[in-house]
Design a binder for this molecule. Structure first.
Ligand code: FES
Ligand code: FES
Length: 854
């Protein structure tokens, strides 16, 4: 067959174009629509694309079609089909061994190969075998447990698992409900018969600032409850916690509660999933909306059963008359109705009960089997792929362009749309090749600093930023005088590098126009923000843009902005066909944004062993977590914005990590200088009882003893979440090993205990990267290491045992816990290094090449 060759995939002979240089990953995904193998890096450095070739694990992104020959290829779908995956699926779900799930199919394939070789793998064998597979969400220890569980035959049988919660694929309403009056919305053009209850919040009381309070819930004829939120799930599993809240408040079984998230046409407006606001904002709103729905159902049941509503209670999906025992199911109460009821929030009294009982398992089987579809896995009829011509350096401008060669490539369309130069083709590799064939000349970029002159640059380039990024100053007493009079005075400067989010799924958007109306599928953390950005950029009304967030492969604050969505929308309009744009890993490193670098000057003074003066100035990184919990009568705390040479933006806990690194290192050093125990010194200066408790809890669990020469501790509070982390380290000839990490956390009432622990573990692992090795290097307007093989994120062998001590506060509103647990990791390690070696390291990353510098 000329131009075609045969390969065997999952036991089936397939015929594909004879392009021997094409990667196996490309062939699987683009030719065969087998999407379990994911693109994460394209250079063999992340394992997301792992498949088996003759039962040996290979990276399909670096395996050429020519290398496969007639050997058998097995993807995660093939393992699922022949039952080889069953034990692993059950074990992954039993252990909750996933967050965003983007790495999971690759992990499952690698684990299958390991288990075929070794029936009872040790932790070391698992870490060694899977060290090439990155889980950016940091679920390594859970994955290892899952593999051991599967090996031991202890996984839950698949057919006894609860049904997966399906996401909905809803029709498009006439206009976005968030932009339409509650009584005008066409709910039942989109939803099946039943009851829709809408919360009327009245005046804005500012309690839920990131999300509107006019949420809605649908109860269907078979008793299925569908709640809507503009929040999205990038792996933090707020989905489970929010479903638990709705189920609890409404009295519905958890498995009947579905959540539609991040669809701007049918969900209430939301500013974005950031700042740990899912629980305080969306959780609060959904609890009240569910409470309103319960009230409507009780009233309906009161009429149906002809009894006083006071006698009724809602539980397990039915309303019960307690004295008589009679009951009526939710579905029966709303069957054949098309009723919309608006309930004033003032009339709602939430029960407020929180189950504090995690569901038996977390995650869904389709995550392991590869059936779960992320943005890059979606398809539309006539779908084409776009690739963008990028400048060689930040600030370079296009001088001239020659596209003849690129345009001569069959099937390629070159798009020149003002500043957008791109190629559109039937597949992403052809589009990228066509962009490479464009001959462009660029004006050189302006002179730009490198990472080596960064501190000096930030100091000498203050910026006059306003709003959220604006300066901050807090002053009490006379700091200069107190420092001058101090018996012990300690001054130091701390720095942190820019670091990248590295979500395993790079930015992806698929855009499709239907007449004047546009739909964009993209894994953003700000669907409504992207709706606005796209509408602005394309010059169309916001109401004509629908943004849908499919499952997203990680975010960590890095998926806030809408560039890729705008690119896809512009290209789709230019070629009159749906277009997907998927950023390469290099584009992700170069054209995204970074966690801001910091230069922090700290001065502390003490008299009589007591902190008397505290001066703290953060340049560039931000004011998050900048306020000190330690009493000092004289204090000056400042944040000075600076002109950042790199694009910077949100990141998990943002500047709180840098501020905690500087503050907790400095307090530790001061304690040592004063001959005090670092824990006792902190306790002596803390007034917040919740912080005292987490500090004690972490110290106790870690076995803290005065003078222990391997432990370091740090604590802090941010976003109403309290944490303390204790690290134990070992130095082998200056090679740093983290032996154990204990984190105590108090984020108020615990809704989903295992989900909370999973988030703390993940934040800790992510914190290890920024603490120890991660740093963006740059010079002359270029990122010098824009690839995963040279940007060291934590892997299996880097992760120590992590122990989480959750402190439940049933009486206090739940705060988010996905961010704050990252803040104390770096200072705890820095303080442990000092305990172990007497070396104080004041710059993050602490050990870029794995060793500390004496
Ligand atoms: Fe192939 Fe990363 S190893 S995509
Ligand atoms: Fe592993 Fe998100 S669960 S990358």
């Amino acid at each position: 067959m000329p131009g075609r060759i045969r390969i065997v995939v999952n036991g089936i002979e397939r015929v594909v174009p004879a392009q021997p240089e094409r990667s196996l990953l490309h062939v699987l995904r683009e030719e065969l629509d087998i999407t379990g193998a994911k693109y994460g890096c394209g250079e063999g450095a992340c394992g997301a694309c792992t498949v088996l070739v003759d039962d040996r694990p290979v990276r399909s992104c670096t395996t050429r079609l020519a290398d496969v020959g007639d050997r058998a290829v097995t993807t995660v779908e093939g393992l699922g089909a022949d039952g080889r995956l069953d034990a692993l699926v059950g074990a992954f779900l039993d252990e909750g061994a996933m967050q965003c799930g983007f790495c999971t199919p690759g992990m499952a394939v690698a684990a299958t190969a390991l288990l075929a070789e070794t029936r009872d793998p040790s932790d070391e064998a698992i870490a060694a075998a899977l060290d090439g597979n990155v889980c950016r969400c940091g679920t390594y220890s859970r994955i290892a447990r899952a593999i051991r569980r599967a090996a031991a035959g202890a996984a839950t049988e698949l057919d006894t698992l609860e049904p997966a919660v399906a996401s909905l694929d809803l029709a498009r309403p006439r206009a976005p409900w968030s932009l339409t009056d509650a009584r005008e919305r066409d709910y039942f053009d989109v939803l099946p018969a039943g009851l829709v209850v809408v919360l009327d919040p009245g005046e804005d009381d500012g309690t839920t600032w990131s999300t509107t309070r006019d949420a809605w819930i649908h109860v269907g004829a078979v008793g299925t409850v569908t709640a809507f939120t503009g929040k999205i799930n990038v792996g933090q599993d707020n989905r489970t916690a929010l479903r638990l809240i709705v189920a609890d408040e409404l009295g519905a079984p958890l498995d009947r509660v579905r959540l539609v998230m991040g669809d701007t046409d049918v969900c209430p407006f939301d500013m974005g999933t950031f700042g740990s606001r899912s629980m305080p904002d969306a959780g609060r709103v959904l609890r009240r909306t569910a409470s309103a729905a319960r009230r409507v159902l009780l009233e309906a049941a009161s009429e149906r059963l002809n009894v006083d509503a006071e006698r009724l209670d809602a539980s397990d999906g039915a309303v019960r008359d307690m004295p008589s025992g009679r009951s009526v199911a939710f579905g029966d109460l709303v069957a054949r109705e098309h009723r919309v009821v608006v309930v004033a929030e003032a009339d709602v009294e939430p029960r407020g009960a929180v189950s504090r009982r995690s569901p038996r398992r977390h995650g869904t089987a389709d995550t392991v089997t590869g059936a779960r579809r992320y943005a890059a896995d979606l398809s539309r009829p006539r779908l084409r792929h776009g690739a963008i011509l990028r400048p060689p350096a930040f600030g370079s401008t296009l001088r001239s362009i020659e596209t003849d060669e690129a345009e001569a490539i069959p099937g390629v369309t070159i798009v020149l749309d003002e500043d957008l130069v791109a190629a559109v083709a039937a597949d992403p590799v052809s589009a990228t090749s066509a962009v490479r064939a464009i001959r462009a000349e660029w004006n050189p970029p302006p002179l730009q600093p490198s990472d080596e002159d960064l501190s000096e640059h930030l100091r000498s380039h203050p910026a006059d930023a306003q709003g959220w990024g604006g300066g901050f100053r807090q002053e009490a007493g006379d700091v200069d005088q107190a420092l001058a009079e101090a018996e012990v005075r300690l001054e130091a400067t701390y720095t942190t590098a820019y670091i990248a989010h590295v979500p395993l799924e790079t930015r992806v958007a698929l855009a499709e126009w239907e007449g004047d109306r546009l739909t964009v599928w993209t894994g953003t953390q700000r669907p409504f923000g992207i709706r606005w950005e796209v509408a602005e950029a394309l010059g169309v009304p916001e109401a004509d843009v629908r943004v849908i967030v499919p499952d997203a492969g990680g975010g960590y604050g890095g998926k806030h902005s809408g560039e890729v969505a705008i690119e896809a929308a512009r290209l789709a309009r230019a070629v009159s066909a749906p277009v997907m744009v998927r950023w390469s890993r290099e584009e992700e490193f170069t054209w995204g944004y970074f966690r801001p670098a910091a230069v922090i000057d700290v001065a502390a003074g003490a008299r009589g062993g007591v902190l008397t003066a505290w001066s703290f100035t953060n340049i560039n990184a931000g004011a998050a977590g900048i306020e000190s919990p330690y009493t000092a009568p004289h204090r000056r705390i400042e944040f000075q914005p600076a002109e950042s040479p790199l694009r910077q933006g949100s990141y998990r806990a943002l500047a709180a990590t840098a501020n905690h690194f500087a503050r907790e290192s400095h307090i530790d050093e001061l304690a040592h200088r004063l001959g005090a125990d670092p824990v006792e010194f902190r306790l002596h200066h803390l007034v917040d009882e919740r912080l005292v408790e987490v500090l004690r809890a972490a110290a106790d669990r870690a076995g803290w003893r005065t003078g222990n020469a391997a432990l370091g501790i740090a604590c802090g509070v941010e976003k109403d979440c309290y944490v303390a982390t204790c690290a134990r380290v070992r130095l082998d000839d200056d090679r740093l090993r983290i032996e154990r990490i204990v984190t105590a956390v108090d984020c108020g009432a615990i809704v989903d205990r295992d989900g909370l622990v999973n988030q703390v573990e993940g934040a800790t692992v992510m914190g290890l990267g920024g603490a120890l090795t991660e740093a963006i290097r740059f010079a002359d307007g270029r990122i010098t290491d824009p690839c995963l093989s040279r940007y060291p994120v934590p892997r299996f062998t880097d992760v120590p045992p992590i122990e989480v001590v959750p402190l439940d506060r049933p009486d206090i509103s739940s705060a988010g816990a996905g961010e704050t647990p990252i803040v104390a990791v770096a200072p705890a390690i820095a303080n442990a290094i000092f305990s172990a070696s007497g070396i104080r390291i004041r710059s993050m990353p602490l050990a870029p090449d794995g060793t500390i510098t004496r």
